[in-house]
Design a binder for this molecule. Structure first.
Ligand SMILES: CCCCCCCCCCCCCC(=O)SCCNC(=O)CCNC(=O)[C@H](O)C(C)(C)COP(=O)(O)OP(=O)(O)OC[C@H]1O[C@@H](n2cnc3c(N)ncnc32)[C@H](O)[C@@H]1OP(=O)(O)O
Ligand SMILES: CNCCCN(C)c1ncc(F)c(N2CC(C(=O)NCc3cnc4ccccn34)C2)n1
Length: 409
């Protein structure tokens, strides 16, 4: 083994890291390629220059004959139902196929209609004969800062092909079509996350889970009873107080938008990649919406200053094949800022609120400063990794999760 030339050893290492896999589609795209890993001579920033708008393909990509493109008007109840049902039965599952994300209709309307959204970026594929929706992909516009450059990008999400149409290379067509429609709006970069490894992650984060209803989580196989632990001991371990402990802790309201925007913009400045939120974005993404997004803040009791903020979004999962439970009620940590209250105490108040609202589990990625409270607040590491990607934008070296200030839905 030792007399192998260096490049053969490199190839073996790459293969062992599954980097040797062929990516027939992704190798054709302006994304970091595995072969370029470690080549710090490549400049940071756009990989390809914009195309003159007159040269962007004007007509949609070809689909296999039985299918046609459809622009999904998410405002229409009928279309929103079709999108909801496609995702409910065909979207992301865990590796053991025990759970499947069950984004609600009001969540989808929230996620897909931020300030400046394009209806043409809500793209469906349907069967010409049955008119059934068989695939979906979406983009929304977002201003994202990478180092000191604020770039208007598309955030791509909800890529879904019906289970019966998998492994037919439909996904690359969906991706090329959304790319084409984004290009038509003179936008040349994108951001997306996935549970799968593709060329090439700008960062890889770990999910952590804090049990709120341990008995149900164990019943449905989300978690297991710890060694030398009884159920009653486990319930006691995760018990939380009835009420929050921070003086001035309250729900965010409309009139808080300017202060929360200032607090959040200052906080997000410390990260290498983060959203460039203005007041309109804060109003859309962070004003509480029942069953969609919860936001709380700390208003100091003496001078009424807003000193801290925490938020989480609601993403239930269908539980596949359990007699007693059909839905896992999960809260996902969103954006949190602590400038006066210890982050540990602020997040414990978030757990207390989530428990009071009957969530079963509180999930958080190890991004931003989340790592500082995960273990102490009794989060356990999950098996799900989340890979972050930028399209047509190179970051010189992979980011550590603490350098990431972006949470996608
Ligand atoms: C400037 C603007 C740019 C805008 C676009 C920016 C890019 C956006 C990119 C999308 C961001 C999405 C963000 C989210 O929504 S992440 C959530 C993705 N959705 C799911 O996991 C739901 C369940 N799974 C499915 O519906 C299907 O398995 C999907 C649709 C995922 C693949 O369908 P299928 O299983 O039938 O495969 P295929 O035969 O058609 O195609 C195989 C090719 O597709 C590549 N593949 C597989 N999974 C993904 C994935 N999650 N992102 C990107 N590419 C993916 C794969 O590597 C292979 O290419 P290559 O390895 O040979 O090269
Ligand atoms: C494209 N948008 C990316 C974000 C979508 N999000 C929230 C997500 N992407 C990948 C994951 F790995 C993940 N995890 C949360 C952790 C978790 O809870 N794992 C058990 C579990 C319960 N329900 C499900 C449903 C699907 C997969 C795992 N599930 C793992 N979350």
């Amino acid at each position: 083994e030792h007399d192998l030339p260096l490049d053969a050893i490199t190839r073996k290492v790459q293969e062992s890291l599954s980097l040797g896999k062929r990516h027939k589609f992704w190798e054709t795209q302006p994304v970091g390629q595995f072969k370029d890993l470690g080549d710090t001579s490549l400049p940071e920033g756009p990989i390809e220059p914009p195309t003159p708008l007159s040269e962007v393909k004007q007509e949609p990509y070809n689909l296999p004959n039985p299918y046609e493109w459809i622009t999904c008007d998410i405002d229409s109840d009928e279309m929103c139902n079709e999108v909801y049902n496609l995702l409910t039965y065909n979207y992301v599952e865990d590796d053991e196929n025990m759970f499947r994300f069950n984004y609600s209709k009001e969540f989808l309307r929230w996620a897909l209609r931020p300030p400046g959204y394009y209806r043409s970026w809500h793209i469906g594929v349907r069967a010409k004969s049955s008119k059934k929706l068989v695939a979906f992909i979406t983009g929304i516009p977002a201003r994202i800062r990478a180092h000191d450059n604020v770039v208007t990008m598309a955030e791509i999400n909800f890529l879904c092909v019906h289970k019966r149409l998998r492994s037919k290379r439909l996904a690359p067509v969906m991706i090329k079509e959304v790319t084409r429609r984004v290009h038509l709006e003179n936008i040349w970069q994108a951001a997306y996350t996935a549970g799968v490894v593709l060329p090439t992650p700008i960062s890889t984060c770990q999910y952590w889970h804090r049990s709120l209803n341990p008995k149900k989580l164990i019943d449905v196989g989300f978690s297991r009873l710890g060694a030398r632990m009884t159920m009653s001991r486990t319930i006691k371990l995760y018990k939380l107080p009835e009420s929050t402990v921070t003086p001035g802790f309250r729900k965010m309201e409309m009139h808080d938008i300017p202060a929360v925007t200032r607090l959040l913009r200052t906080y997000l400045n410390q990260f290498v990649v983060a959203p460039d939120f203005d007041e309109n974005d804060v109003e859309h993404w962070l004003l509480p919406k029942e069953n969609v997004v919860d936001s709380y803040l700390v208003e100091s009791t003496d001078n009424h200053e807003i000193t801290d903020f925490c938020s989480f979004y609601t993403l239930p999962s269908s539980i596949l094949g359990n007699q007693n439970h059909s839905t896992l009620k999960a809260a996902y940590s969103y954006y949190n800022v602590a400038t006066r209250t210890p982050l540990l105490q602020l997040m414990n108040d978030a757990l207390i609120v989530a428990k009071r609202k009957d969530y079963d589990v509180f999930n958080a990625l190890d991004v931003m400063q989340n790592g500082s409270f995960l273990k102490e607040l009794k989060f356990g590491p999950g098996d799900g990794k989340l890979h972050y990607y930028l399209y047509n934008y190179r970051i010189r070296q992979e980011l550590r999760p603490v350098e990431l200030g972006l949470v996608l839905l």
